[in-house]
Design a protein around this ligand. Sequence first.
Ligand code: PEP
Length: 251
Amino acid sequence: MSRRPLIAGNWKMNGLKADGIALADGVAAKRRAEPDLACDVLVCPPFLLVSDVARAVAGSGLAVGGQDCHAKTSGAHTGDTSPVMLKDAGCSHVILGHSERRTDHGETDAEVKAKAAAAHAAGLVAIVCIGETLAQRDGGETLEVNRRQLKGSLPEGANADNTVIAYEPVWAIGTGRVASPEQAQEVHAAIRAELVKLVGETEAGKMRILYGGSMKPENAAQLIALPDVDGGLIGGASLKVEDFWAIARNC
Ligand code: PEP
């Protein structure tokens, strides 16, 4: 089954307004210059820059996403951002359950599931992140952990149009240590097999599973070429236009 790859940049908590707009302008210019690019491209700026970035990339073919959202539409939740607000500000996607959210904010699978359901209700594509720690990999628990997180984080109604999975081994995020093609394919294939049970064969065959964890121009081609890898969620390398674009051109 052929799936159109997605290359998603997670800017995390980096950049002030001028930096974010310059980065967005740079990526949008690349996208405009290559209308036949073989993948979808998404940028996920910090919340405060979402509106400015959405304006900067309008009409370029680039999509914009948030890095998290609340599970409620509105209400007494000081400091939080609802999926409806993200949609209103120009987002089409939202990253949920990133390992930094799970670690820094104690987010559980159940919370990620509730957020994903709210994102779907707001018309956003949920990018649901899962991945094992180094201790879990060393303990031989990799596949079990990923299956458990997937099952616990996917809401009712998840399908290939409203959901993307990102497999991000925690030990590879921001460390420069990347999963080998064998390690990545093994987990991606196991995720797809679990998806068959959770969303059915047709949706599982269409759903995109991204790899994330120190993806760079030098290693992207061999990862993206793997049968069950449908693009990347990219942190550090998404902050440089040339690096991010070199990855997108590998699709
Ligand atoms: C990420 O934060 O999702 C990520 C994969 O980061 P990096 O590419 O820097 O490892």
